[in-house]
Design a protein around this ligand. Structure first.
Ligand code: PEP
Ligand code: MN
Length: 338
C-alpha cells in the first residue's frame, strides 16, 4: 500500500501511521519529499488491513493498493493456467467445452430430448436449472428435487456430466450428490455465506460474474471458493449491466483477456443470458471463442415457444447445430477444437 500524507502533516501524524503499520506486522519505507511524505507499506499479506485502516488516520491524504485484493485466483499466486477435470472433460485445455441445455428442467422428456441432441452435436456437459433464481416470486421456480433426479438420470443414462445451480446453503449437499458441476448464479456471486460453504466441498464450481461486479470483485469472490483448498473453480462471464438496453446484458468480451492475464482460472462465456435473444447468441458465442474463452454455457430448448423460462434466448436444436458448425473453424483459428 502507498500512503500519501497531507501537505503539512506533522511528524506525529507520520509516526502514528508508521506505528499502525508495524502493529499489523508490516515493514515501512518512508519517502520524505519536499512537499509531502509518502509511506510505503511492505508485506506480502497486506490483506490483513484494508485501505480504510490507514485512510482514517489524521494527516493521511490518500491510500492506494499496489496488490490486488484477490490472491488465490491470481496468476501471481499460480502462474500456470489451471485445468478443471470433470468426469473426463477437461475445462481450460485445448477443447472448447460447450455446456448446453434448457434454462430450467421442465419435464423428463424435455430434458432427455435436449440432452441427447446436444450430446450428439458435440456438447460436453448438459445444463439444466432445478432451482431457479427468478426476479419475481410469482415466476416458475423450477422442479427442484424432481429436476435433480432427472439430471442424475441423464448423467447415468447418457454418460455426460451435468451442471445445475445451487441457490442456498441447505441444498448444497443434495445438488452435489446429483450434479457434476455446481453453478453459482450471477445473483449469488457475492453471497459470501454460500461461497464459504461451497469452499468446503470438492466439487467443481462454476462462478458466474455478478450483474454489476467488476473483474476484481469477481476474482475476489473466487478467492472465497479457493480458500479451503477446492482448486476446481471455473469462471463464467454472462454479461453486465450497462446503459445499453438493446440486449439483456452487455457481454464484456474484454473480461476474457483480462481474466487470462490476471488469473489462472478457466473462463466460460454464457451468450444466452447476455443476449436475451436467440438471434444474438451465435455472434456472441463466436466472439467469445475467438477472444480465448475456454467454453460456452448455452441455453437450448427443443421448443422455445413453450419454454417456462428464457424461451426467447434459447436456441432450437437446429440453431444449436448451426452454431456448433460455425464455432468449429473459429476454434481452429485460435488453436482450439470443439
Ligand atoms: C442460469 O444460467 O440459469 C442463470 C440464471 O444465469 P445467471 O445467473 O447468469 O442470470
Ligand atoms: Mn436462463
Amino acid at each position: 500500500m502507498i500512503i500519501e500524507m497531507m501537505k503539512g502533516a506533522t511528524q506525529e501524524q507520520v509516526d502514528h501511521v508508521v506505528e499502525r503499520a508495524h502493529s499489523f506486522g508490516f515493514e515501512v519505507q518512508l519517502n520524505l519529499g519536499t512537499e509531502k511524505t509518502v509511506v510505503a507499506i511492505l508485506g506480502s499479506d497486506t490483506g490483513k488491513a484494508d485501505t480504510d485502516a490507514f485512510a482514517v488516520l489524521p494527516g493521511v491524504q490518500s491510500v492506494a493498493r499496489v496488490m490486488k485484493p484477490y490472491k488465490l485466483a491470481s496468476r501471481e499466486f499460480h502462474p500456470r493456467a489451471s485445468k478443471v477435470n470433470v468426469s473426463g472433460v477437461e475445462i481450460g485445455g485445448q477443447r472448447i467445452v460447450v455446456m448446453a441445455g434448457p434454462c430450467a428442467v421442465e419435464s423428463e422428456k424435455q430434458l432427455t430430448d435436449t440432452a441427447k441432441a446436444v450430446q450428439k452435436l458435440g456438447a460436453a456437459v448438459v445444463r439444466g436449472g432445478a432451482f431457479k433464481p427468478r426476479t419475481s416470486p410469482f415466476s416458475f421456480q423450477g422442479l427442484e428435487h424432481d429436476a435433480l433426479d432427472m439430471l442424475a438420470r441423464v448423467k447415468s443414462d447418457l454418460g455426460i456430466p451435468v451442471i445445475t445451480e445451487v441457490v442456498d446453503i441447505q441444498n448444497i449437499g443434495i445438488v452435489a450428490e446429483h450434479a457434476d458441476i455446481i453453478q453459482v448464479g450471477a445473483r449469488n456471486m457475492q453471497n459470501f455465506a454460500l461461497l464459504k460453504e461451497l469452499s468446503k466441498i470438492k466439487h467443481p464450481i462454476l462462478l458466474k460474474r455478478g450483474l454489476s461486479a467488476t473483474v476484481t470483485e469477481w476474482l475476489t469472490a473466487a478467492d472465497y471458493l479457493l480458500a479451503r483448498g477446492n482448486r476446481r473453480i471455473i469462471l463464467c462471464e454472462r454479461g453486465i449491466r450497462t446503459f445499453e438496453d438493446s440486449v439483456r446484458f452487455s457481454v464484456d468480451i474484454s473480461s476474457i483477456a483480462v481474466i487470462k492475464k490476471m488469473s489462472h482460472l478457466p473462463v466460460l462465456v454464457d451468450p444466452s443470458h447476455a443476449a436475451g435473444h436467440f438471434a444474438y447468441v451465435p455472434s456472441i458465442a463466436r466472439a467469445a471463442v475467438a477472444a480465448g474463452a475456454d467454453g460456452l454455457l448455452v441455453e437450448v430448448h427443443p421448443n422455445p415457444e413453450e419454454a417456462l423460462v428464457d424461451g426467447l434466448q434459447s436456441l432450437t436444436l437446429k440453431n444449436f447445430e448451426k452454431l456448433m458448425a460455425e464455432l468449429r473453424p473459429v476454434a481452429q483459428a485460435v488453436g482450439r477444437y470443439i
